[in-house]
Design a protein around this ligand. Structure first.
Ligand SMILES: C[S@@+](CC[C@H](N)C(=O)[O-])C[C@H]1O[C@@H](n2cnc3c(N)ncnc32)[C@H](O)[C@@H]1O
Length: 199
């Protein structure tokens, strides 16, 4: 599994994720401020630190071409709406199938480009698989779910074999509504109705 965290600071959370997920976790940390000793102290055979601005699409282009597929993104960087959005637009198309994109402190800076406003649009767009956002038009249909909590939101990506045919590009898709039943449901025997209809 490969986790990318935006906002490294002194590396507290990076170390926590490594301890939590264990030795097979690969970590990429991104921060705009190269704090003294940051790379020397934090980098090892499974951890790399990139210095860059989360608002810079060219930075993300370079990064995604150079690192393994990303399974989890945690944005704990600037907390500024337009920057959270830029990082999402740049990284979501490259998030691995079945991955999760997490934005921390989603409440932090309110205003015109508040991240939560974008989320409300994404909730609409997730239903149809279409968006006016040119950066996301080929990948909005891969949103499987959006979960919002106080200060935090999680956007899940469909895994391979899921999704709506014709909506998800370059995806191995499952025909939805064609009599396909999940195994757990097929084995489930519905209980008899508690009340019968008066007629
Ligand atoms: C809240 S701290 C991160 C804390 C760290 N995740 C932890 O829990 O230990 C936020 C970090 O985001 C970085 N940051 C702020 N604006 C940024 C931007 N535009 N691009 C990348 N990193 C940014 C700051 O330099 C700071 O180190």
């Amino acid at each position: 599994m490969h986790l990318l965290e935006i906002g490294v600071a002194s590396g507290g959370s990076l170390q926590m994720w490594k301890a939590y997920f264990g030795p097979r976790l690969r970590v990429t940390g991104v921060d705009c401020c190269p704090f003294s000793g940051m790379r020397g102290e934090l980098e090892d055979h499974r951890t790399s630190i990139w210095i860059g601005n989360q608002e810079d699409p060219q930075f993300w282009d370079e990064l995604v071409q150079s690192v393994p597929p990303i399974d989890v993104v945690i944005d704990d960087g600037s907390h500024v709406g337009r920057m959270q959005l830029e990082a999402f637009q740049s990284l979501w198309p490259y998030l691995a199938p079945g991955g999760a994109y997490i934005v921390e402190d989603s409440d932090f800076f309110k205003g015109h480009t508040h991240w939560v406003e974008k989320l409300k649009h994404l909730m609409d767009e997730m239903q149809t698989g279409f968006t006016a956002d040119s950066r996301l038009k080929d990948s909005v249909a891969s949103i499987r779910g959006i979960h919002t909590y106080r200060h935090l939101c999680v956007i899940e990506k469909y895994d391979r074999g899921q999704g709506l045919r014709g909506l998800v590009h370059d995806w191995d898709v499952l025909e939805v509504g064609a009599g396909v039943q999940a195994p757990a449901l097929a084995e489930h025997h519905a209980p008899p109705p508690i009340m019968s209809h008066p007629d």
